[in-house]
Each structure stands twice: as C-alpha cells, then as structure tokens.
Design a protein around this ligand. Sequence first.
Ligand SMILES: [Zn+2]
Length: 120
Amino acid sequence: MTASALDETQLANLKDALLRKRGEILAASTGTRPLPASIDVNSRQGDLADQAAGNNEVHIQLKLKQTDAKILQAIEEALYRMEKGVYGICRDCGEPIASARLEAIPWTRVCIACKQKQNA
Ligand SMILES: [Zn+2]
C-alpha cells in the first residue's frame, strides 16, 4: 500500500518548502507596510491614463491577496495530509501526483491531468 511515490527525504524537503512558503505569506500579510498613498494624487487629477494605472495596481494587489489566502489554505491542507500519510495523492482521481509537480507546487491538491480537466 505505498501509493505515494515520495520517499522520506522528498517528503521532508516538501514539508520544508510548505512551511517556508507559509512563513512568507504570513509575513507579507501581517507586515505593516504602509500603502503608497497620497503620492501626487491632487496634482494628477484629470490625468486619465495615470488614474487607470492606479486602479489597475489596486486591483492586482487585491488579487494577489486572494491568491495568497488560497495558497495558505492549500498549504494547511497539504501539511494535514502529510500528518495523515496521504500527501501526494490526487484529491480527484486518487492517483499519486508526480514528484516533479509536487516539487514545483508542494501545496497542489490534484495531479496534472485533473488540473488540466479543471481548466478545460
Ligand atoms: Zn488526478
């Protein structure tokens, strides 16, 4: 019953990667970096191009935070699966996820085939 293709060393490395990524996201989300507000806002009013650029920046930041939150949850789930000894098994089809994919995205829940089906 060794469905997982991962050995102890790979698991340890992946756990390290998960914990490190979790630390990065937590540090970024709890960091007290002030927003770059009030930079020449008044002098630029009426400049539609600049306003549009500013809006896009805000939009991208929001999107990044949502992505971080999703990754964070996926990391927690991955660590939980490691505890249970079922890490590296595709959530959708139950097949082992390729170790190269896990090394690229340690918090992934599904194998590449199922991921492609999701995107299709
Ligand atoms: Zn799958």
